[in-house]
Design a protein around this ligand. Structure first.
Ligand SMILES: [Zn+2]
Length: 88
C-alpha cells in the first residue's frame, strides 16, 4: 500500500459515545458491530496503546487506541480521504 510513512490505522473504540449516523450504511458488519479505523501517527498510537492516552486521527477524532485493525476492517472515510491526498 502506498502512503505517507508514520501513519497506521487504529481502532476507534468510543463509538457508543460519538455515534455517527450514515444514511449509506446498509450492510451490517459482524455481530461486534461497526468498527471504524482511523489513521493516526504510529508513534502516538503505540503510546496510546501502552498508556491509554488519546490520539488525534487525521480526521480530527480523538480516541484511545485499543485495537489493531483486522483485514477488511472499515476505514474512516474522512481519514481515508486525507490519507489518500497525502500520497507522495
Ligand atoms: Zn477518522
Amino acid at each position: 500500500m502506498a502512503g505517507p510513512d508514520g501513519l497506521r490505522l487504529a481502532d476507534w473504540s468510543v463509538m457508543s459515545t460519538q455515534m455517527v449516523e450514515s444514511p449509506d450504511v446498509r450492510e451490517k458488519e459482524a455481530d461486534t458491530g461497526p468498527e471504524l479505523f482511523h489513521y493516526v501517527d504510529k508513534d502516538k498510537m503505540v503510546e496510546s496503546a501502552v498508556f491509554g492516552t488519546f490520539v488525534e486521527a487525521l480526521c480530527g477524532e480523538k480516541f484511545p487506541v485499543t485495537k489493531v485493525p483486522k483485514p477488511g476492517s472499515p476505514v474512516c472515510p474522512a481519514c481515508k480521504e486525507i490519507y489518500d491526498a497525502m500520497e507522495p
